[in-house]
Each structure stands twice: as C-alpha cells, then as structure tokens.
Design a binder for this molecule. Structure first.
Ligand SMILES: *[C@@H]1O[C@H](CO)[C@@H](O)[C@H](O)[C@H]1NC(C)=O
Ligand SMILES: *[C@@H]1O[C@H](CO)[C@@H](O)[C@H](O)[C@H]1NC(C)=O
Ligand SMILES: *[C@@H]1O[C@H](CO)[C@@H](O)[C@H](O)[C@H]1NC(C)=O
Ligand SMILES: *[C@@H]1O[C@H](CO)[C@@H](O)[C@H](O)[C@H]1NC(C)=O
Length: 400
C-alpha cells in the first residue's frame, strides 16, 4: 500500500511539473516481473546468494507466449540463457522495449529459458547485513561482479534448472564481468556453453583522456566522496528534475541530456526511440564510485588490470588465456565508448588462444552506438532476431 501511495504521489508530482514536456509512461515505475507479465509472458523471481553476503534477484522468463502454459515445468528440457546487464543497468534493460524488440522476449519465444541477472549495487540487490547507507556496501567494481556475482547467479540457475551448462550473453559491463570471472574463477568454463559479448568493455584506450580529465584533473569521484556521496546514486528528486528540465525537450535535437549522452556513446538520432527516453532514464540504476574508477584504471593504463591497490596503484593483468569457451564479439560501428579498434584488440588476443568464434558488427546500421544494443528503435530486427539465430547455432554446435 505504502509503495503504491508513494508511486502515485511521485507520478502526480512529476506530472504536475513535467507533463507538459512529456507524459511519463507507467513503464517507468513497473517492476521487471510486472513488465514481463504485462507483456503476456510468465515471470519468476529467484535469489542468488554470493559468498560475500550480497543477495541478487534473478528474473526469469521460463517460456514464450506461444508455448502452452501448463502449471509448473514450463521450462523443463529447455536451454538456458543468462543475460547480464551493463553499468547503470539492470534486468529491466532486456524487457523494457517490449516483446517485439527486447532480447529476453525474443529468446523466450524462440524456446529458451531466459534468465536476467542483476549485479550488486543495482536496486534488485541487497546485502545480508549491510544497507545502502553503509560505505562498505559500495566497495566493489566489476572485479566483484566477476569473482562473486556471476558465479553465484550461474550456480543458482544450474541448481534450479538441473542443467549442467548455460549460455552467457553480456552487454558492456556484463562482458567485463564475464572476462573477470574467467580470469578469477576459471572453473566456471565448465558451466558455460558459449559466450556472446555485446559491446564488450575490456580495452578502453579511446576514453583515456576523458578518464584522466574526470578522475585526475577534476578528481570528481573524490570531490563527491568528500561531500558525503558514498555512491554514484542519483537521488530520485534530482533524476526527476533532470528528466523534466534538461532531458525534457520537445525534440531530440534540443535535448541537452541526449546530446551529452551522444558525446559518450556515439550519435544516432534515427535509432533513438524518443518516446522511450524518459522511461529509460528514470530506470537508471546506481553505481559505485569504484566501478567508474576501475573502468578509468583500464582506460588510463591501457591494460585489462585488476583493481589491486587502487586507481593509481599496481597493475595486474586479468588472465584472458583462462577463457576456454567459444566467444562471439559484436560491436557497434558508431560506438564511441567501446570502439571497434578496442574490440578488435580483444578479438586478436582471444583468437590467439583459439576461442574466438566470431567478431562482427552487431548490425549493418552505420550509426549503431553503445546504447543501441539495448534501446535502439529497431533493436529487435537490427540486432536481436539475428542474434537469436546465432545463439541457436552456438547451441547446435557446442550444446549438450
Ligand atoms: C543502515 O546501517 C547503519 C549502520 O550500519 C544504521 O545506522 C542505519 O540506521 C541503517 N539505515 C537503515 C535505513 O536501515
Ligand atoms: C540444488 O541445491 C540443493 C541444496 O544445496 C541440493 O540439495 C540439490 O541437489 C541441488 N540440485 C541440483 C539439481 O543441483
Ligand atoms: C593464465 O592462465 C593459464 C592457464 O589458463 C596459465 O597457463 C598461465 O600461467 C596464466 N598466466 C598468468 C600470468 O597467471
Ligand atoms: C583468427 O586468426 C586467423 C589467422 O590470422 C584468421 O584466419 C581467422 O579468420 C581469425 N578468426 C576470426 C574469428 O576472426
């Protein structure tokens, strides 16, 4: 009841201020299982427990709309796919565009048992003893995502399904998580059929200057920390203000938020679904400062290095030769954050050890940018439908 009331009050107050700019869609506030159910698919919630005390919610779509809906056992005998989100993201990213466009639904309709992961820090995760106002809660980066979170989620899925392996799809930080896991926990090779990396974030030399400017010259993270901000969490009020003012322009060309975003991820007006942008923004998740700093360390050093003793500390390379499963890498031709040249560098390294299955553009659209992998207007036809065919192929070739 309380939550409903708060949501109502929030919606109304946001609306009073900003409805003029654009009506906030109800999708902005729905939970992920609600979004799945509303689209006509069965939804399940499960919990994965990490060995260091975090509790991660997993969302599952065990069947498509076209499958007969017998009670229980809908997923029996199906092949499992785990999808892991990127920075500021969550399980929501793979359902928010709806059944025609979002990867999770298209996979479910193709007969897969679809699992959507959530990495520590986002709002689908908690800790057994710490709360979010505890600075210790935020002491993590993708190192912990790879070392603890992904293994916990994989073990939970395999335990529930009784399967011995699954296929892992990562997007952006979800790929960094995969490569970190393989380096730190190589025993997980035996639980994975194949890996598909969308806009993989392992080498980021192209954002070195940006990282130096923000983390060294401006020292933004430490300034924020010294002001008592223990995480990169945008307060709901601030987000509303942003959505309503900077990001509430009537046309994409006038929108300051969009232009700032394009500077980082690559410009693509044509594939930006303007009707969805406020929903997407309002579902953004918190991040830890260390997540940003650890990516910064990779960008600044040019090395896929672990965190070790901090941003300016020792460099210790993650062991990519530990990856033993077939790897497919998909890049966006106009992705300015995870650029083609950087992904090629990763591909060359993986090819040397014989695990590179495929490296190619996610689609033929020349302006495909970093965010298009989840939010492009035509992400269903451009990326996801062909991707499901590729996943079928991987399962046929390597599946059990
Ligand atoms: C969070 O934990 C701190 C100490 O660990 C405690 O003082 C505070 O009351 C807790 N906050 C909530 C909302 O539970
Ligand atoms: C799942 O875990 C439980 C508890 O550890 C165990 O008893 C059960 O055998 C596991 N099931 C499978 C299929 O691995
Ligand atoms: C990386 O892992 C491989 C085995 O997968 C091992 O042979 C090699 O010594 C490791 N390299 C480092 C630097 O740890
Ligand atoms: C891996 O390298 C070999 C030799 O250079 C090349 O022929 C092959 O096409 C590469 N594989 C992929 C998937 O790019």
């Amino acid at each position: 009841m309380g939550a409903v009331k708060i949501t109502l009050v929030l919606t109304i107050s946001v609306c009073f201020k900003f409805c003029e700019a654009q009506m906030l869609r109800t999708e902005a506030y729905a939970t992920v299982p609600q979004l799945i159910t509303k689209a006509g698919y069965p939804a399940e919630r499960h919990r994965a427990y990490t060995t260091d005390g975090y509790i991660l919610q997993l969302h599952r779509i065990p069947a498509g709309t076209r499958s007969p809906r017998r009670s229980g056992a809908t997923a029996k005998g199906k092949k499992a796919v785990l999808i892991v989100h990127g920075l500021l993201g969550s399980s929501s990213d793979f359902v928010i565009m709806g059944p025609e466009r979002s990867l999770a639904f298209i996979l479910a309709d193709a007969g897969y048992d679809v699992w959507l992961g959530n990495l520590r820090g986002n709002l689908h995760t908690i800790h057994q003893s710490m709360n979010r106002s505890d600075p210790q809660f935020w002491e993590f980066s993708f190192h912990e995502h790879g070392k603890y979170d992904a293994p916990a989620m994989i073990d939970r899925i395999l335990n529930i399904t009784g399967l011995s392996k699954l296929l892992y799809v990562g997007y952006s930080m979800g790929t960094t998580t995969f490569f970190t896991m393989m380096s730190e926990r190589p025993e997980y090779n035996s639980k994975i059929i194949a890996f598909v990396g969308l806009a993989p974030a392992v080498y980021l030399d192209n954002v070195k200057d940006f990282a130096l400017l923000t983390l060294k010259t401006m020292d933004i993270v430490n300034v924020m920390r010294s002001r008592g901000m223990i995480s990169a969490t945008v307060a709901p009020e601030l987000m509303q203000w942003m959505v309503g003012s900077m990001c509430g322009a009537r046309t994409p060309q006038e929108d300051v938020c969009l232009r700032m975003t394009y500077a980082i991820v690559g410009e693509d007006y044509e594939q930006t679904d303007w009707t969805m942008s406020q929903t997407i923004l309002s579902r953004f998740q918190p991040a830890s400062w260390r997540q940003l700093e650890h990516f910064g360390k990779i960008a600044i050093t040019g090395v896929f290095t672990s965190w070790e003793d901090g941003l300016w500390g020792k460099v210790k390379t993650y062991n990519l030769t530990n990856v033993k499963v077939p790897v497919t890498l998909l890049y966006g031709k106009n992705d300015q954050l995870t650029q083609t040249s950087q992904i090629m560098r990763l591909a060359d390294q993986l090819n040397e050890t014989g695990v590179l299955e495929d490296i190619r553009p996610g689609c033929s659209w020349p302006k495909f940018n970093h965010l298009d992998f989840v939010f492009a207007k035509d992400v269903g036809t451009l990326l996801n439908k062909p991707l499901v065919k590729h996943i079928n192929k991987l399962y046929n070739k390597y599946g059990i």
